[in-house]
Design a protein around this ligand. Structure first.
Ligand code: MG
Ligand code: MG
Length: 259
């Protein structure tokens, strides 16, 4: 199903998007060497409940995960890239942490992810991976507007990832979003321009380029949720929720400093 949101729903989406961004930035600022992933989950839970919002994750039980997720935020460390189940793990200096969160407020969902390095010793290859996903996300957003097609977004994202030399996995990618977190259309992180669904005002999308340093193959952690690189290499992921407008695309999950 593909939803087209009306003006009231889009106004609500802005509120949800700002909440998601605020949670990510708050949790990021508090995540330091020694922070436990379960603390991060509790911080996210508190902010969601305080805002009168609902988690999209806690009861989420899709075919690719084991039962309800049971937590409020995805915490993926180093070789973990998607659906990271929070564990009893204390972050170490130089760890690459990806936080991914989706919530619903006022009947509208928003979804965003950031990757960053814990502590002071940032490995240059990890910094490069993170900035590549951020550049790919910006490239995808730049071509999103009325009349463009899903394939244009996929091509823009895939061009940045591919030119930087990273393999691209097409099992998981971006998606439509609206009254629920995951909707059609699927947005692969590589593709041919000029193909696919035509974008129009009111369509809301989550774009999410993610990469693994030297492989396109995922393995599932014994926890039944966390997806890791098959080679143990590091990974990165950047995601924004955007709304197609009459003139282009509006990013709904920008941090407060950029709004
Ligand atoms: Mg997400
Ligand atoms: Mg998403």
């Amino acid at each position: 199903m593909i939803e087209i949101l009306n003006r009231t729903e889009l106004d609500r989406a802005k509120v949800t998007g700002a909440l998601v961004a605020d949670i990510l930035q708050s949790v990021r600022s508090r995540s330091t060497v020694g922070t436990n992933l379960l603390d991060i989950d509790r911080w996210a839970q508190a902010m969601i409940l305080e805002a009168g919002a609902q988690s999209c994750y806690v009861d989420y039980a899709p075919s690719f995960g084991r039962g309800p997720f049971g937590h409020y935020i995805c915490t993926s460390v180093n070789d973990a890239v998607l659906h990271g189940l929070p564990h009893d793990y204390a972050l170490a200096d130089g760890d690459l942490l990806t936080l991914d969160i989706a919530v619903i407020k006022g009947g509208v969902a928003a979804d965003s992810a950031i990757s960053f390095i814990i502590g002071d010793s940032a490995p240059p290859e990890s910094v490069a991976m993170i900035s590549t996903t951020e550049r790919a996300l910006a490239a995808g957003i730049a071509v999103a507007g009325p009349g463009a097609r899903i394939g244009d977004i996929s091509h823009a994202i895939g061009s940045v990832l591919g030119e930087a030399g990273y393999p691209i996995n097409t099992q998981f990618g971006g998606h439509g979003i609206g009254s629920t977190m995951h909707q059609d259309p699927h947005i692969a992180n590589t593709g041919r321009p000029g193909r696919g669904f035509v974008l129009r005002p009111g369509l809301m999308l989550a774009l999410e380029p993610w990469i693994m340093a030297d492989t396109a193959e995922l393995i599932t952690d014994p926890d039944g949720w966390t997806l890791r690189s098959a080679t143990g290499c590091r990974t990165a992921h950047s995601e924004h929720t955007i709304a197609i407008t009459e003139s282009g695309a509006e990013i709904l999950t920008l941090p407060a400093s950029a709004r």
